[in-house]
Design a protein around this ligand. Sequence first.
Ligand code: KIV
Length: 283
Amino acid sequence: MRDKVTVPVVQARKGGPKLRVVTAYDAPSAQIVERASADIILVGDSLATVVLGYENTLSVTVDVMIYHAAAVARTKPSALLVVDMPWLSYHLSAEETIRNAGRLLREGGAEAVKLEGGRKRLPMIEALLATEIPVMGHLGLTPQSIHTMGGYRVQGKHAEAARELVADARALADAGVFAIVLEGIPDALAQVITQEVRVPTIGIGAGAHCDGQVLVFHDVLGLYDGHQPKFVRQYAHLAAAATEGLQRFFADIQAGTFPSDAESYHLDEQSARAFQSFKGKEE
Ligand code: KIV
């Protein structure tokens, strides 16, 4: 058993050994991630696209996030369990934000929540922190803003946009978030932000200078056939391996070689005799 990774443990990793973060959405994926020694398991709202087949992340609700987070939590990981607040669950009022995040903790087993956006989210972030709910920030290419961004586009490429992102990161860190995900921004900007803020930055498509890296489980293991951004490195090809495995299974069914004798249950001698007389009566 590893030592439990807590929010203070993550905070203390600023500038230290890089944080290893990956998503998981159910018990088997959480167990795989835990065995690989992740520091943080993120139940990301990316589950909308990679697990549930939606076009973007806007369709998932708090109930859906709780359903998946609870499955991950039941595996009791040593990794810190962070759960995404879905779109519209932290935008309407501080009260509703606290209630939704509280449900992610109480019903979903989250140990911290992540939400997207910079200074305009500060009132909600402050409300959560005042309720003792640890918050991870998420800046840059924020997928819940797909329509305002006009698609999934790299952010902070121009001086003014870069300055805004640095100001957002400073404001989030000053407010008390324990870490910030930086997604889809130039590596030089991620480096500046990482130097500027006293909390760990966790990059995805943000270059090598962040304090940690995160990828989506289905992307890094080759389980997802959809579009792959250039920052994804595949370390396994599980979809291809799974298809090949099933093709061999089906070939064995058709050849009559599955199941074998060893894969079948047999009657003991006494039951076999009883079975013979039963068969005789039936015929
Ligand atoms: O939803 C998600 O999986 C995420 C990560 C990609 C950072 O937010």
